[in-house]
Design a protein around this ligand. Structure first.
Ligand SMILES: *Cc1c(COP(=O)(O)O)cnc(C)c1O
Length: 399
């Protein structure tokens, strides 16, 4: 009996040099403003700790996450950069975050109560970033509540309970650079910052811009920008032509290659029949791994520099591609099929999947799951020294 477990049939390879490069590109576009790398949701599925380290190497000086748990994970990994968490319950106990020096967004009066309580009980000054609702109408302080919260922040600052790092807000239309709502939101944040400064709060580092705004509206960078998706090399608008390199390549093994006679149907329901004698290949990833069944018949893979179309339904664990009637195909079992990646060699991209699915590439890269392993590499080399999670880390075991 052998204890050897075969490697994962499909893989997300994360190029940390691409992340570092993209961070540099964003630093350049930020026009003097600081860059907070947004690494929420396990760095959009790319691995929060190794991606954070790569982004910091590329010139980011702060990290942004959603939950306090995400922030504490980064601190526990030894990352001492500024880390901001912006979504939690007002009823949460946030003492661990205050003790770990995590910056906390304040999106409502109740959240201010929570953080002040934690500061009193820990005896530590809490670093806070009031989050204004300048028009997204999602999370954030209503403008009508701002004057009252501002007075409370002034008092809490004087009492040594908090340090206000700056104000933040989030755009509703950043991916539509000419939209007038952007100007309105910017004006509102400027006004809130001016009011805070007039009351003696320095607010040194304010921020409103996500990736799209960072790349299209450098004049609205305030003192810091908060890009996420562009760090992963994906264009937030679709046509910016910024020098971004997609960091995630999703690939799967070719399991077998076989002949198929004209008229034969393929996969469940025989939704496709071979129009002529052909050769097909079986690919080792399915909807359980993040290959949407909705992409059936609408996705290509790249094998050895050529694209081949999926035929028949995508199944839970596998799908079939048509190699064509060229009997001399060089595709063999054991070859690697790229499902999406940098687009090199004409290969497919996450943006193509998003277009086919009627969604955004954010959802495509965060959906890779199931049996897909995740490996961090430095332009083709394994990144054991930087990943912090070892070589060939399997999803699931790493979280
Ligand atoms: C996700 C998020 C970002 C990053 O947005 P991208 O479009 O990925 O650049 C910035 N700020 C907040 C508050 C977010 O939730």
């Amino acid at each position: 009996m052998s204890a050897i477990v075969p490697p994962a049939p499909c893989r997300a390879e994360i190029d940390l040099d691409a992340v570092e490069h993209n961070a540099r590109v964003l630093v350049r576009h930020a026009a003097g403003a600081r860059v907070m790398a947004v690494v929420k949701a396990d760095a959009y599925g790319h691995g929060a700790v190794p991606v954070s380290l790569a982004a910091l190497r590329g010139g980011a000086t702060a990290l942004g996450v959603t939950t306090i748990a995400e922030a504490l994970e980064l601190r526990s990994a030894g990352i001492d950069a500024e880390i901001l968490a912006w979504l939690y319950q007002a009823s949460d106990d946030v003492r661990a975050a205050v003790e770990a020096g995590i910056d906390l967004a304040i999106p409502s009066p109740a959240h201010l109560d929570t953080v002040l309580e934690a500061a009193r009980r820990t005896g530590r000054r809490a670093r806070v970033t009031p989050k204004l609702d300048t028009g997204l109408n999602r999370s954030g302080i209503l403008l009508e509540d701002w004057p009252n919260i501002l007075e409370r922040l002034v008092a809490a600052t004087a009492g040594g309970l908090v340090e206000v790092t700056g104000l933040m807000a989030h755009f509703a239309h950043a991916d539509d650079p000419g939209n007038p709502v952007i100007d309105q939101q910017v004006a509102r944040l400027h006004e809130c910052v001016a009011q805070a400064r007039a009351r003696g709060l320095e607010c040194p580092v304010n921020h409103h811009a996500n990736s799209a705004a960072t790349l299209t509206r450098p004049q609205d960078a305030f003192e810091m920008v908060r890009p996420g998706i562009a760090l992963y090399g994906l264009d937030p608008v679709g046509n910016l032509g910024a020098d971004l390199v997609p960091a995630m390549t999703f690939s799967a093994d070719v399991l077998m290659v076989k002949r198929l006679a004209q008229g034969e149907g393929v996969s469940y329901g025989h939704t496709w029949h071979a129009p002529h004698d052909t050769t097909v290949a079986l690919i080792a990833a399915g909807y359980a791994d993040g290959v949407w069944r909705l992409l059936s018949g609408r996705l290509d893979v790249e094998i050895g520099g050529r694209r081949y179309p999926n035929v028949g339904r995508v199944c839970m664990d596998q799908f079939v591609v048509d190699l064509g009637s060229d009997a001399g195909t060089t595709v063999r079992a054991g070859d690697t099929a790229v499902l999406f990646g940098t687009g090199a060699y004409g290969g497919p991209t996450a943006a193509e999947w998003a277009d086919e699915l009627g969604t955004i590439h954010y959802e495509v890269v965060t959906a890779v799951r199931g049996r897909a392993s995740r490996n961090h590499v430095l332009r083709g080399r394994r990144a054991a020294d930087h990943s912090g999670t070892g070589i060939g880390e399997q999803r699931g075991s790493a979280r």
